[in-house]
Design a binder for this molecule. Sequence first.
Ligand code: KG4
Ligand code: ZN
Length: 341
Amino acid sequence: MAVYDTVGGLLAHALHSQVALHADYGGVVPELASRDHVRKLLPLIDAVRAEASGGPPDGIAYTAGPGLVGALLVGASVAAGLGMAWDVPVVAVHHMEGHLLSPMLEDDPPAFPFVALLVSGGHTLLVEVAGVGRYRILGASVDDAVGEAFDKTANLLGLGYPGGPALAALAESGDPDRYRFPRPMTDRPGLDFSFSGLKTAVLHAVRDAGPNEPLSSLSSPSPESRVPGPDLLADIARGFEEAVVETLAVKCARALDTTGAGRLVVAGGVGANRRLRARLRTLADERGAGLYFPRPAFCTDNGAMIAHVGALRLGEGTPPPAPATVRARWPLDELRAPRET
Ligand code: KG4
Ligand code: ZN
């Protein structure tokens, strides 16, 4: 939840995390997620509006998709209700467009055009961005998203939910040279990704390493994995992280070459990964390209990025009154620039 002002910028924002709620289940439980949204949304809106002060906003943005339909409907219904009560327009925002434009919330925003690497739990996309709503998908994952690969690999290593940050933390103490996992689809042309094979390579490494010291400090591993001791686990985690980071870097370099763009934007949950940020910094510096990240808290899901897109789109003209629509699936390249819609 956030209040964004086109002149003053971000006035207030807050996040209610459901990580603890879902942790026991090892992943998001859709019904629990939407029920928790119902409980938490209105108090969060009150708190953020109090912090931002001022009267009702000029418009309300909500996430209309893609995502879990039950959770989306809670936000859509509340947005529609508030829109009616305050007699202000309601803007349906694409979740990935929120991520895509989130670096613009920072002090040094990127100018158009740029290439964006979007790496979240559900999507891995390389996008050529000419302006708001002017998106050309250059490449996407043909199987698992990067975040999903982090989460599944973390599970294989016996780490809890959410796996990405836990795996990254474990990798810190790992040896980068002990395991060299494949860099999928980097040896052939194109900008698509594939991460499911990498996960299998990790599974084999775990099995080959065999059981070792007891893993008393880690949560119970998934049944099919006979997990080796903590040192080996850290080495495997580091090898996995290196492979992902290198694969993403190769594709980013190729996307900059293909488009001739001089700016690279990175967003989405995996954009919070420290090693990925450092590797792409080196890549950008080597080429004299601009590199733009949101702060880590705005890489992972947040309300500020949705309020920001809502304000941009509202600034281009009032959208027609819409029912509280949501879309579980919604290809990013169906979006149009505000003046075209
Ligand atoms: O964008 P996001 O918050 O939610 C979706 O839209 O999916 O991304 C969540 C994903 C999860 O898969 C999580 O494990 C991953 O981002 N993630 C990370 C890190 N922080 C979050 N992956 C690697 N390193 C991190 N530091
Ligand atoms: Zn997201």
